[in-house]
Ligand binder design. Structure first.
Ligand SMILES: [Zn+2]
Length: 102
């Protein structure tokens, strides 16, 4: 995975498929998505913005990666289940209620 520098040779420009005249430029935007009832905001999300009509298209790979991250059904056991911590009382340190039925 050392291809960060080798991809610099080709300029990243795509023709806009909305107005067909503009050019889509790679630009970080803020990505909004709903996860259940929560609005998720992802700043600096890789996207393509047309310089003519302003159409936004989010980077497909980034979107699929993000949806994988956000989807709890993605198969990864990364869900945090809050476990109630039980504080075990030390034996012998806690005064027991005296039983009177001797
Ligand atoms: Zn356009």
């Amino acid at each position: 995975m050392k291809d960060t520098q080798s991809k610099r040779t080709s300029p990243v420009e795509l023709p806009c498929n909305e107005c067909t005249a503009g050019i889509m430029h790679s630009r970080p935007v803020t990505y909004f998505t709903w996860l259940g009832e929560e609005l998720i905001m992802v700043p600096n999300f890789p996207a393509w913005v047309c310089d003519l009509c302003g159409k936004r298209e989010y980077d497909e790979r980034a979107v699929s990666m993000l949806s994988m991250l956000l989807n709890p059904e993605a198969g990864k056991p990364t869900r945090r289940i809050p476990r109630p911590r039980r504080v075990e009382p030390r034996k012998g340190n806690i005064p027991r209620p005296r039983s009177t039925d001797r």
